[in-house]
Design a protein around this ligand. Structure first.
Ligand code: FE2
Length: 289
C-alpha cells in the first residue's frame, strides 16, 4: 500500500481524484503547496520567537522534580497563548539547559495563528480555506496551531494517536493541516500513517476526569504496525490528516532538523467537548479563515 502524492492545486480547490484519495485513505499529500520562500519566512519568524523566549519558566515546568500538576497546567492553559515546550533530556539534574536554548524546544503552541501576525497571515491563506471547504468543513474554526522543531539528535517520538482523541467534538470534526517547512524523511522523523484506518472508532480520549488530565482507553487493541506508511515529503508539502487517522512520528536521530507547522480546524457546527485537555480562554473565541 502507498499514499498517492499530488501536486497541490494553486487555489487549494481539490480535484475529484484528491477527494477520493482523502475519503479512502484519511490522508492527502499535496506537494508544492507552499514555496521555499514561504517556508523560510515561517522558520525565520519561529527563530525570532525563540530568541525572545525566556527559558526560566519552561525550565521549572519541565524539571523532573516538579509536580505533574504544574506541567499539566502549563499545557492545559496554552490554548490561548504562545508557549514553549521543551524536549525530554535537555535539563541537567540541577535544572539547567544542557544545550543552546534554540535546540531544546520541542514545539511552540497553541495560538500562534491568532497571536502572531506572521503565523496569522499564513494560517488564513485563502488556499487553506479552499482546502477546508473542499473536504466539507462547512464552518471551519482555527482551533490550535503548533510549530514543531523535531530537533536533530533529540527530537522526540510521537506515538500512534488520532487527533480527535485530543480535540474531540460532537460529532467528530477535527482536521489537521501539517506543513513541511523542511524535507521530512524517515531519517529525520517524518510522519507515519495507517491509511484507511480513519474509519475506525477512537481508541482513546485525552480528557479531564475529576480535574486531572487523563488518558481514557476506549479500546485496548494497539494500532497494527503492519500497513504503516512513511509520509516522506519535500519542503512546502501540505499533508491533510483526517481527525480519526492514526499517525505517529519517530525520534529524529539524524543531524537534520525537521521543522513543521500544524493547524487544527474544527467545524463550528460541532460542539467542542468541554472536557478536552486543551481549552481556549472564554475571552478568546475561535475564528475562521
Ligand atoms: Fe497528531
Amino acid at each position: 500500500m502507498t499514499v498517492e502524492h499530488f501536486q497541490a492545486p494553486n487555489d487549494g480547490a481539490l480535484s475529484p481524484k484528491m477527494l477520493t484519495a482523502y475519503a479512502r485513505d484519511g490522508v492527502l499529500v499535496l506537494e508544492n503547496m507552499f514555496s521555499r520562500q514561504v517556508c523560510e519566512a515561517l522558520m525565520t519568524r519561529a527563530g525570532e520567537l525563540v530568541d525572545g523566549f525566556d527559558p526560566d519558566v519552561a525550565r521549572t515546568v519541565f524539571s523532573t522534580t516538579i509536580r505533574g500538576q504544574d506541567r499539566d497546567d502549563y499545557f492545559a492553559t496554552s490554548g490561548g497563548t504562545i508557549r514553549f515546550f521543551l524536549e525530554d533530556g535537555v535539563l541537567t539534574p540541577d535544572g539547567n539547559l544542557n544545550r543552546d536554548k534554540a535546540k531544546c524546544i520541542n514545539k511552540i503552541g497553541h495560538a500562534l495563528h491568532d497571536l502572531d501576525p506572521v503565523f496569522d497571515g499564513f494560517s488564513r491563506l485563502p488556499k487553506l480555506a479552499a482546502v477546508a471547504q473542499s473536504i466539507g468543513c462547512a464552518q471551519p474554526l482555527l482551533l490550535q496551531s503548533m510549530y514543531i522543531f523535531k530537533q536533530p539528535g533529540i527530537g522526540g517520538e510521537v506515538i500512534w494517536h488520532q487527533d480527535s482523541a485530543f480535540l474531540h467534538t460532537q460529532p467528530l470534526s477535527v482536521v489537521g493541516f501539517w506543513v513541511a517547512l523542511e524535507d521530512a524523511t524517515v531519517a529525520n522523523g517524518c510522519l507515519w500513517a495507517l491509511p484507511g484506518q480513519h474509519l475506525e472508532p477512537l481508541r482513546n480520549r485525552y480528557r479531564y476526569i475529576d480535574g486531572a488530565l487523563t488518558t481514557e482507553q476506549l479500546d485496548p487493541e494497539p494500532w497494527p504496525d503492519d500497513g504503516k506508511i512513511p509520509l516522506e515529503v519535500p519542503q512546502g508539502t501540505l499533508v491533510v490528516l483526517h481527525g480519526s487517522l492514526p499517525h505517529r512520528s519517530d525520534s529524529n536521530f539524524s543531524d537534520k532538523s525537521r521543522h513543521a507547522y500544524t493547524l487544527h480546524l474544527i467545524d463550528g457546527a460541532c460542539v467542542y467537548s468541554p472536557d478536552n485537555w486543551l481549552q481556549r480562554p472564554n475571552d478568546m473565541p475561535l475564528s475562521g479563515f
